[in-house]
Design a protein around this ligand. Structure first.
Ligand code: NAD
Length: 270
């Protein structure tokens, strides 16, 4: 039986990539397509944006959309995701959350909801980045003394949060490798006379421009050498394919909070 999928934010960049992915996947069926109330797409066939007649119209009606659905995939904004979270919890619909920019309090709500419905929550659903998280933690374990760690990211000009959720996740992985908590060692901005760089800190630098889908580099700068681990996404399809893989992973789960390392079976490593 096909998994019945609800996609939110279907007018968005990721919404479109997800629609393409669902239409191309024999194991998945588009159950409902949601966009914000007042969206120009409301009432139109959800497939129209990608040249497909799906028979599913875009709607803002959450309750009707969730009835009979298996998994809701959300790549929108935190305020929208929180509404979808509450509704999914109530309706018993599982979730794949790719939205970024949540506060700690919002993340706690996701954690609490996962006691009722299974959720995959990851700031980057690409297989390559998921592997990168493991590599970054492993490198930090080895390069833990005499190496300065910096996380550099670049995204398109439309991105609204910084540093990216992925950059923060990579920072967490590096901190974990050092046996630290990112909260205690992160430096998010530098300007003016900052003084010398403190050992043990993890620095972040954010670049924005053009149509860059997502570049991330973690730098370990030591004496006489520098190690750099880089990932470059060239298409949003990579995130959409990861989200659909996460959707299928949830068919075996009823409750619990998972990330892409669970989906890919990478939790045991490094
Ligand atoms: P976008 O701006 O192109 O699309 C956002 C969508 O959300 C639109 O359809 C918009 O109508 C909808 N939306 C916005 N506010 C809303 C509200 N209040 N209520 C209902 N709907 C609302 O953005 P995008 O580039 O598609 O990215 C969406 C999110 O996904 C961002 O948080 C981005 O950082 C994240 N993202 C995550 C990954 C990942 O792998 N986890 C990859 C890419 C993007």
């Amino acid at each position: 039986m096909k998994t019945k999928v609800v996609i939110t934010g279907v007018s968005g960049r990721m919404g479109v990539a997800l629609l393409e992915g669902v239409f191309a996947d024999d194991g998945l069926e588009l159950h409902a397509a949601i966009d914000r109330s007042g969206s120009v797409l409301e009432g139109q066939d959800a497939g129209a944006q990608v040249g497909v007649v799906s028979g599913v119209d875009v709607t803002a009606d959450l309750a009707t959309s969730l009835a009979g659905a298996d998994v809701l995939i959300d790549f929108t904004r935190p305020e929208a995701a929180m509404q979808y979270l509450a509704a999914c919890q109530q309706a018993g619909v599982k979730m794949v959350i790719g939205t970024t920019g949540f506060t700690e309090a919002e993340k706690a709500k996701i954690q609490a909801a996962s006691e009722h419905v299974a959720i995959v929550f990851a700031p980057n659903m690409s297989v390559g980045v998921t592997l990168l998280i493991n590599l970054v933690e492993q490198a930090a374990k080895v390069l833990n003394d005499g190496y300065d760690i910096e996380v550099v990211e670049m995204h398109h000009r439309h991105k609204v949060d910084a540093p990216s959720g992925t950059a923060l996740r990579l920072g967490e992985a590096a901190a974990q490798g050092l046996g630290q908590d990112l909260k205690d060692c992160a430096v998010y901005a530098r300007e003016g006379v900052t003084g010398e760089r403190e050992a043990g800190k993890i620095g972040f630098a954010t670049l924005r421009g053009g149509d860059v889908v997502g570049d991330h580099t973690v730098i370990y700068a030591g004496t006489g050498e520098r190690v750099e681990i880089t990932h470059k996404a060239s298409s949003r399809a990579t995130f959409a394919l990861g989200a659909l893989r996460a959707t299928k992973f949830l068919s075996e789960k009823n409750t619990g909070l998972y990330d892409m390392r669970d989906v890919l079976g990478l939790k045991q490593a490094p």
